[in-house]
Design a protein. Structure first.
Length: 369
């Protein structure tokens, strides 16, 4: 029987819906990355006359270091779980890795060129020479290490997909501890790739658990995880290996508590809308905040230097300044990304030739950073 004009159209599979708490979690993490760098590279380097503001933001930087990357990597692992589980047969694992490494190489080149333009910038974690650029293609030493890590983690875990998850998690936890023991923290950002892989794997293998945490028993998980996190934060440093083991458990407790908290507050429409809006723009914010911070730092060592005493002398201004500046940097990133795409430079944010996704569907892992 031939198809007539009145035959029903073929049924299209429904587009996958974005999960708002995941968008909000990614948005919160990337804003926390910007806030951390605002403090580390800029604000905490001031000569502070207000010890209250300095002490507060120094403690905030320490706390952010315990939560932002564990949660961001765990959420990235949740989004990558299907690619890992399906292995290499459908090409998605390799495509994800290639797309992420493409972005890493392109933006490493941009960072290298920027280092020439702003050669006097005191910001650490830069590309300092041509030789350093080629070295960093395999050993990151800029904030782009996270993009590089995503290119490594997905095929690595896809290769290990037939091993028991507990074996892989235990091996990555051991690798994290060994990295802390034998890799000097000043050697470069590349050490974070093996050190933090366990959190990405926790998201991959614990996807169902994290989705359960975000379900109906949020308060139970939140009330259980927060005391564990606070107790571990209060422990003094003892030995690098033990400290790293504590950090792993502490990071997992933080990820658990934040998933429960974020999934609860995103039940409220205004919070969900704001979190989702930022979450859909995290790629541009992550890639662009370093160049924008570079120009800002250089300006504060030049024409804007008279503002430094005015900021550091006033406790109220000093307390609010990092938050205000973080908001300004995030807004600038969003605006610059919009302009770059309008100018036809979409290849800066998406690998040419990669298959475009329909509106509303899940994008590539890093596009949903």
């Amino acid at each position: 029987m031939t198809r007539g004009s009145h035959d029903p159209a073929p049924i299209q599979p429904p587009a996958k819906v974005r999960i708002e708490w995941i968008d909000a979690a990614r948005g919160l993490c990337v804003v926390a990355v910007v806030l951390f760098h605002v403090g580390l590279w800029h604000f905490l380097r001031f000569e502070h006359e207000s010890s209250v503001a300095f002490t507060f933001w120094d403690a905030a930087a320490t706390a952010l270091g315990s939560v932002r990357m564990p949660l961001l990597l765990a959420v990235s692992g949740i989004l990558a779980a299907s690619k890992v589980r399906n292995g290499f047969g459908n090409g998605k694992a390799w495509n994800s890795s290639l797309s992420n490494y493409y972005l890493y190489a392109v933006w490493l080149l941009i960072y290298a060129l920027l280092s020439i333009v702003v050669a006097n910038s005191p910001r650490p974690q830069r590309v300092v020479s041509i030789g350093d650029f080629f070295l960093q293609l395999i050993a990151p030493d800029t904030p782009l290490w996270f993009v590089f890590a995503l290119a490594v983690y997905v095929p690595l875990l896809a290769f290990c997909r037939k091993l028991p998850p507990l074996v892989v998690l235990a091996a990555l936890a051991a690798l994290s501890i060994l990295t802390a023991l034998f890799v000097d923290s000043t050697a470069g950002q590349w050490g974070k790739v093996p050190e933090l892989a366990v959190f990405f794997a926790a998201g991959v293998y614990g996807k169902d658990l994290f989705l359960q945490i975000a379900g109906t028993r949020r308060m139970l998980y939140f009330a259980s995880a927060v005391p564990v996190f606070l107790a571990l934060m209060a422990l003094p440093d003892t030995h690098p290996g033990i400290d790293q083991a504590v950090y792993i458990v502490q990071g997992l407790a933080a990820a658990t508590a934040l998933v429960a908290f974020i999934s609860a507050v995103t039940r409220y429409r205004p919070i969900a809308a704001a979190g989702s809006w930022v979450g859909r723009r995290t790629l541009g914010i992550y890639l662009l905040h370093t160049p924008i911070m570079d120009l800002l730092i250089l300006a504060f060592h030049g024409p804007l230097s008279p503002l430094v005493p005015a900021i550091s002398k006033s406790a109220p201004i000093a307390l609010l300044y990092p938050l205000v500046l973080t908001g300004a940097v995030v807004a600038a990133c969003v605006g610059v990304e919009y302009l770059l795409k309008k100018c036809g430079l979409t290849f800066l944010f998406q690998r040419p030739g990669s298959v475009p996704r329909p509106a509303g569907s899940r994008a590539h892992l890093l596009s949903r950073l």
